[in-house]
Structures are given as structure tokens and as C-alpha cells.
Ligand binder design. Structure first.
Ligand code: SF4
Length: 378
């Protein structure tokens, strides 16, 4: 089950675990959902999101392993978590950068767009054609996810009784959208809700940059697809390349993890990625791309993570809908002005990290503060 290859149907099969699984697809062992213990009180040593596996032979423990999910889809072993190390390639890239200023300077000096700079780097790993094929596949999986979310109704799993809304909202939208010049906002919000309801239902989503914030990038792309008529050729590839590198800047210099820096590192980063990538697509200059990404994060600074009952449902689902609106807004604001701004993208990334470090742990995915303790779970 490689995460990027797993099919929705295979996830449905896992849902109906019948008491055994095949390790590595080969050796059958006894396993039920009750064998997974959520220990909310105990934190593993190197990161708040950790999992420990125990292997038993004849009821005797024979091995243990710890892994940590450190945000942005990165899963590291215990020893790498201890060294604070993500396994990365040692390959020399065409365009080396470690912060936004360096990235934008490369693009400016070579008269390239941000997506061109990233595509050149990706060629160090695989053929350009393969990168493009894979990015189109990601876009296709995102669209499938939106479609499933728009056509599924009913209750989401979990104890807080949240009902899916995207399907009914979409039906109402289709009845009223023709004469409404704000329809783009409704459409993009509904698409974000559709994706995040799929995530809450533990169905297949594309991590962008996390699962909790996975609605903003596809919803922005659905908006572009539907409402922007003069898109450049291969727009979906350019969009994902630019959005991806903005996430990398946050990963390198701050965090993509709600449990480390609060929701500013999830929904805030997704919004920044979407705003920057959208701005490049609509013809923004390098400065405007940077400004859009900066504006989008600046107004998420301090955003806490306080999911009710620990479920990625409230406030997460609706927050993605608001996030896509903010991304479009940030991009449009940036497009109206090409002047230098007082705050650079690097400044806001640094500030996000410092704000996250100052945030009490009650507001970092522990469900011990905010909405999680002020709203009755029912
Ligand atoms: S509130 Fe927390 S769990 Fe929900 S999207 Fe934000 S960071 Fe993720």
C-alpha cells in the first residue's frame, strides 16, 4: 500500500478488516482495529504525532519500532526524528536555494517563472515528461476526490455527529448560480468542503500540504478550471510546481505541522501556496507571486489548531472553504500593485515559526483548548 498508489477501493477494504492483515502483502497476521490504541495522554519523545508498533510471537514482545509523521506527508524513523532529520536526496540541483529570497533571485536573474525554476530542479530526479505525467495524475486524483465529495451525503465517522454538507450545498448552488456574480466563491468553497469531508471520512485525498488542509489547493484549481478562461497551456502543472515549492519554503524554514505550529502551518500554508501559484497563473510578476503568498500567510498568523474531539472536522472542513476564499483574495490584492511591500515572504515564514513556538500546546492539535473545550461534543 504505497500512499500515492492506493486506490479508494483498497481503503474501503481496510475499513472492513476481518481480523487479519498481510504484512508486506505476504505474511498473514491477526489484526483488528482494536489492536490500534490511541493514547491521548502519552506523547512519544521526538514529535507530537508518533506511532509505536509492537510485534509479538506467541504473546511475547519481539520487536518495537517508532515512526513520526512530521507534517507535509513526511514520515521519519525514530533515529531520524531524534536527529531532526528528514530523509532527503543528496542530489545536486540545478537551482539550489534555502529561502524565498534565494528562490526569487534565481528566477529574476534568469528571467524565469517560479514554476520553470522548479521544473528544472525536478529534471535532476526524473525525465520532464514523467514529472508532468505525475503532476497530471495528482490533479486527476484531486478531481476524483472533489467529485466523490460532491456526490456523497450522510454522516461522517466519529462521535461528534457531523453531517456531510458539500452534496446538498452543491445541489443548491446549481439551482441558483447562473445569475450570481459571486458564484465563484460559493463554488470554490463547496469544492474545499467536498475534499475535506472526504478526508474526514478517511477516503483518498492528496496531501497538500497536509490532509487537514487538503481542500484549498484542489478547490483553487477547480476555481481556475471553471472561472479563468485564458489559462496558460499546462496550467495545472505550473500551478502544482509553484504551490509545491512554496510549501517547501515553509517546510525548510518553519513547519507544516499543526502539532508543532498550530493551524497556521496547515491551512495557513495551503492558502499561501494557492495564492502564490494562482498569481503566477494569472500573469503576476515575481514580486506579485511573492506578495500573494506573503499576504495569505500574514493573515493566518497565530491561527490555532483545536479540532473538536480530535476529529479533523470542526473547524477544519469549513476552515478550508474560508482558506480558498482568502487565497483568491490575497492573489487579487497582489495583482493590483507591483510595489515592494514591507514584509517579505521570508519574514512571514520566520514569524509563523516563532509564533508557533510561542503557542501553548493546548492549541496545537491536542484538543485541550479553543473550540475543542468550549463546544459540547454531540
Ligand atoms: S484545526 Fe488543526 S487539525 Fe484542523 S486543519 Fe487546522 S491544523 Fe489541521
Amino acid at each position: 500500500y504505497a500512499p500515492d498508489q492506493v486506490k479508494q477501493q483498497q481503503l474501503d477494504e481496510v475499513d472492513s478488516l476481518d481480523g487479519e492483515i498481510k504484512l508486506g502483502g505476504i505474511r498473514k497476521i491477526k489484526f483488528t482495529q482494536n489492536d490500534i490504541i490511541f493514547n491521548k495522554k502519552k506523547k512519544l519523545p521526538y514529535h507530537p504525532n508518533g506511532i509505536k508498533f509492537y510485534a509479538y510471537v506467541n504473546d511475547k514482545e519481539v520487536a518495537t519500532r517508532m515512526y513520526y509523521s512530521i507534517g507535509g506527508g513526511f514520515v521519519v524513523t525514530e533515529s531520524n526524528a531524534k536527529k531532526n532529520k528528514v530523509k532527503t536526496s543528496k542530489r545536486k540541483l540545478t537551482n539550489e536555494f534555502s529561502c524565498a529570497e534565494e528562490l526569487f533571485t534565481i528566477a529574476e536573474n534568469r528571467n524565469l517563472k517560479i514554476s520553470d525554476v522548479v521544473l528544472e530542479n525536478e529534471k535532476c530526479f526524473r525525465k520532464e515528461k514523467t514529472t508532468k505525467t505525475e503532476l497530471r495524475r495528482i490533479w486527476r486524483i484531486m478531481q476524483e476526490c472533489v467529485d466523490r465529495g460532491l456526490t456523497t451525503q450522510g454522516m461522517l465517522p466519529g462521535k461528534i455527529n457531523v453531517e456531510r454538507r458539500a452534496g446538498i450545498m452543491y445541489e443548491n448552488f446549481l439551482k441558483n448560480n447562473e445569475l450570481d456574480n459571486q458564484a465563484f466563491l460559493d463554488y470554490s468553497s463547496i469544492c474545499a468542503i467536498a475534499v475535506n469531508e472526504e478526508n474526514a471520512a478517511m477516503n483518498r485525498v492528496v496531501t497538500a500540504p497536509t490532509n487537514g488542509a487538503s481542500g484549498i489547493i484542489p478547490a483553487t484549481m477547480m476555481y481556475i478550471n471553471e472561472y479563468i478562461s485564458d489559462k496558460p497551456k499546462n496550467w495545472e502543472i505550473k500551478f502544482l510546481l509553484t504551490a509545491g515549492v512554496i510549501a517547501m519554503l515553509y517546510k525548510m524554514n518553519a513547519s507544516l505541522s499543526g502539532s508543532e505550529v498550530g493551524c497556521q502551518g496547515e491551512v495557513g500554508v495551503a492558502c499561501s501556496m494557492a495564492a502564490g501559484a494562482l498569481t503566477e497563473l494569472v500573469g503576476g510578476t515575481l514580486k506579485q507571486v511573492e506578495n500573494a503568498a506573503e499576504i495569505a500567510m500574514e493573515h493566518h498568523l497565530g491561527l490555532t489548531c483545536d479540532p473538536i474531539g480530535g476529529y479533523v472536522q470542526i473547524p477544519c472542513i469549513e476552515r478550508n472553504a474560508i482558506g480558498v476564499g482568502k487565497a483568491i483574495n490575497a492573489s487579487r490584492m497582489a495583482m493590483l500593485n507591483d510595489a515592494d511591500t514591507k514584509i517579505s515572504l521570508d519574514d512571514v515564514i520566520k514569524t509563523m515559526k516563532a509564533t508557533g513556538e510561542d503557542m501553548k500546546s493546548a492549541y496545537k492539535e491536542t484538543s485541550l483548548g479553543g473550540l475543542a473545550v468550549n463546544v459540547t461534543e454531540c
